[in-house]
Write a protein that binds this ligand. Structure first.
Ligand SMILES: [Zn+2]
Length: 301
């Protein structure tokens, strides 16, 4: 709920401020305790409700900003630039950040959901009902039996995951996949159940908002190992598998999306098990500079 409330009160400009974002993000993250089941629930649930609300017009927000006076252009250069920047936009600024529009609750809806570089966090979400293309099941060991959509990833990411797991196997490591794709519908279902049971305010504490989960993109996978009983917990970092993953995932185009000590930036607690496919170029830069996607792109919203 915090997110919702604060976001709703924020103007698009306000949202751009990292501080407000971080507060919200942090509050939510805590709920996503590193337990397998919870992790999945969280992510899944994140994507439901707001999507329906997303379709609310952004007009109100844009109108205000667009009406910035152009008169100032004749004033000093310094003065001019201000209004221009603001006018230029919301639109051009949003375009440069791959934002299609801002929904009524203040969440930015990304304009490039199918890109392997799509950037989601607690302020940025997928379009309503987004379903990634080309979902396939990577040929890697999983921590559970039976068919399940959470075995799936986008084809490009699945192929990269197979290469990653092959390298781990060659290094005598026991990497196991636990949870990949989660549909919008599944997340919404879970989220709504939480709201019914606990009320929305509570549900939002441990359940991410609908549409904001990287798992819905088909580009993320939670991985684990036998040493931690196939759980998603921070002690995974201390295992040989966790250590190897942290130092080698980038070679295959993956990043540790929620690194240790970056909660104030990502909004999420340290998740050594959550890897996100972004392609080798970005992964290399992120790894070598020890940064997050937020820092890579230079903005959080
Ligand atoms: Zn995850």
């Amino acid at each position: 709920m915090f997110l919702l409330v604060s976001c709703q009160n924020q103007t698009p400009t306000d949202n751009a401020e990292p501080n407000s974002l971080k507060k919200n993000q942090i509050a939510i993250d805590k709920k996503e305790q590193p337990v397998l089941e919870k992790d999945s629930e969280k992510d899944s649930e994140k994507d439901s409700e707001k999507d329906e609300n997303q379709q609310q017009p952004d007009d109100e927000q844009n109108n205000g900003e667009q009406q910035q006076p152009e008169d100032n252009q004749e004033a000093d250069e310094k003065e001019q630039q201000k209004p221009e920047d603001e006018q230029e936009t919301e639109n051009s600024e949003q375009e440069s950040k791959n934002i299609a529009r801002v929904d009524e609750s203040g969440l930015a809806i990304v304009s490039n959901p199918e890109s392997t570089e799509v950037f989601l966090n607690k302020q940025r979400r997928l379009p309503d009902g987004y379903q990634p293309p080309n979902l396939v099941e990577p040929n890697v060991p999983f921590s559970f039996e039976g068919s399940n959509p959470k075995r799936q990833m986008r084809a490009e990411a699945a192929n990269a995951l197979e290469n990653l797991f092959s390298a781990a196997e060659e290094a005598q490591l026991d990497l196991v996949a636990a949870s990949g794709f989660r549909s919008f519908e599944t997340q919404r279902y879970l989220y709504n159940n939480y709201v019914e049971t606990h009320g929305q305010a509570e549900a939002d504490k441990f359940s991410a908002r609908p549409g904001t989960s990287e798992h819905q993109t088909g580009l993320a996978m939670d991985v684990t190992t036998a040493e931690v009983a196939f759980a998603l917990k921070q002690s995974f970092k201390q295992t040989s598998e966790g250590a190897w993953l942290a130092n080698n995932a980038h070679k295959f185009g993956f990043i540790i999306r929620y690194p240790e000590g970056k909660t104030n930036i990502t909004g999420y607690i340290y998740e050594p098990w959550h890897i996100r496919y972004v392609g080798k170029d970005i992964a290399k830069t992120v790894y070598e500079n020890n940064i997050t996607l937020e820092e890579y792109f230079g903005y959080g919203y």
